[in-house]
Design a binder for this molecule. Structure first.
Ligand SMILES: *Cc1c(COP(=O)(O)O)cnc(C)c1O
Length: 389
């Protein structure tokens, strides 16, 4: 084993002990109690008080005026695109460096993803580079921003806060205004992350959260849409609950809706999880600090720290190999995983996936480089507790 690989493995062991999952959910609060209440009262499914409670607590936590709970982060993204007016043959700018759900949601609408490059400081979309790309390839027409190469209208931009590190929201907001795009935030990974004091997801017209099992707060599976616009919130609620018109008995629907609602049982778990989030955020910051200290002394690698003016939730802690050493990525992954220290590469960039290979895109050299340099490390909050290692 090379010295580099050995030193990195030692540093990670020093932080988290001898074995650790990537991100384990923690069910140690009122989850049992609240779920039992759902079962005892037989309010298990599509109605019940925990859904309302979860929605209002999420709104309070994020500062969004409205929140609609849905069945997954992917469903939340899909609904965001619908209410933002994305339709067949539109293009939607998204980072290539994202989880596949961001691209899939665009495809569900019959629209085409246009891949933007990211920047090193935030891992999110590089606004300056994107602006230069649009300058060359796009024009403002009476129908909106048009991609001159494909002839399609670019309707929206979905930014994503990678591993809970906020992207350059202000710059992207300006870009969207200039190019007449609707800003949507994929905040699936960034519950508890702040950009310039504002919770992520507050700047998009609509934004998506996820409560999948590996996220900082889980409902088993679930998601939510955040928005400040009361009419959009009503539309989201309506569309995600089969677009049924209110009536005492009739099945009357006024649109093709979706069964995207969050069951009460899942919302009950979410309410219990939210009671614990402040402590988890503290522990995750401490864990990030521990990684930083341990990796500082290790050559050829650096831990990734929150961008300026941001407070990250450190959902997943990550390290970046020096550019000269990126060929060691797989060796390091192999050694760490064999030692029981569960670590992962970042997602294969969207433009390299079979089904999205032919989509329009900017130069994606930074994305490709990050893909080869980045390793995510065990990040459960409990790893910051000395007694839990
Ligand atoms: C997890 C995640 C999603 C999808 O959420 P699900 O609840 O798993 O559907 C979307 N985007 C990003 C960036 C994610 O990390």
């Amino acid at each position: 084993m090379s010295d580099i690989v050995h030193n990195i493995c030692n540093a990670v062991t020093q932080v988290v002990g001898s074995s650790a999952p990537l991100h384990a959910p923690e069910v140690s609060g009122n989850e049992w109690h609240y779920v039992k209440e759902c079962l005892d009262t037989e309010w298990v499914s599509t109605a019940g008080s925990y859904v309302d409670r979860f929605e209002s607590e999420l709104a309070a936590f994020t500062g969004a005026a409205h929140c609609v709970a849905v069945s997954s982060g992917t469903a939340a993204l899909h609904t965001c695109l619908i209410v933002a007016g994305v339709r067949r043959d539109h293009e939607v700018i998204i980072p290539s460096l994202t989880f596949v759900a961001t691209a899939n949601a665009v495809f569900y609408q019959g629209a085409v993803p246009l891949f933007a490059d990211c920047e090193m400081r935030t891992l999110g979309i590089d606004a300056e580079k994107l602006d230069a790309f649009l300058e060359v390839n796009a024009e403002i027409t009476k129908d909106g921003c048009r991609n001159r190469r494909t002839g399609r209208i670019i309707r929206a931009l979905v930014c994503m806060h990678v591993f809970g590190h906020p992207c350059e929201v202000d710059a992207l907001k300006n870009l969207c205004e200039r190019w007449r795009l609707t800003l949507i935030e994929d905040a699936a990974e960034s519950l508890g992350s702040y950009y310039d004091g504002r919770h992520t997801g507050k700047d998009g017209l609509v934004s998506a959260l996820s409560f999948n099992g590996n996220k900082i707060v889980t409902t088993g599976g679930g998601g939510a849409v955040l928005t400040n616009d009361p009419d959009l919130a009503r539309r989201v609620k309506h569309l995600t609950t089969t677009a049924k018109k209110p009536h005492a008995w009739d099945y009357d629907h006024d649109a093709v809706g979706f069964n995207y609602r969050l069951p009460n049982i899942n919302a009950a778990i979410g309410c219990a999880q939210l009671e614990r989030i402040a402590g988890w955020l503290r522990e995750k910051r401490l864990l990030a600090e521990n990684y930083r200290a341990a990796l500082r002394a290790v050559p050829h690698v650096e831990s990734f720290q929150e961008p300026k003016r941001c407070r990250s939730n450190y959902w997943l802690n990550v390290m970046l190999l020096d550019s000269d050493d990126m060929d060691l990525r797989n060796d390091i992954l192999k050694v760490l995983n064999e030692a029981g220290l569960m670590s992962r590469p970042i997602w294969i960039p969207m433009h390299m996936l079979e089904m999205y290979r032919d989509c329009p895109r900017d130069d994606l050299s930074v994305t490709e480089k990050i893909h080869r340099r980045l390793i995510s490390l065990p990040s459960s909050p409990r790893l910051a507790r000395a007694d839990a290692k």
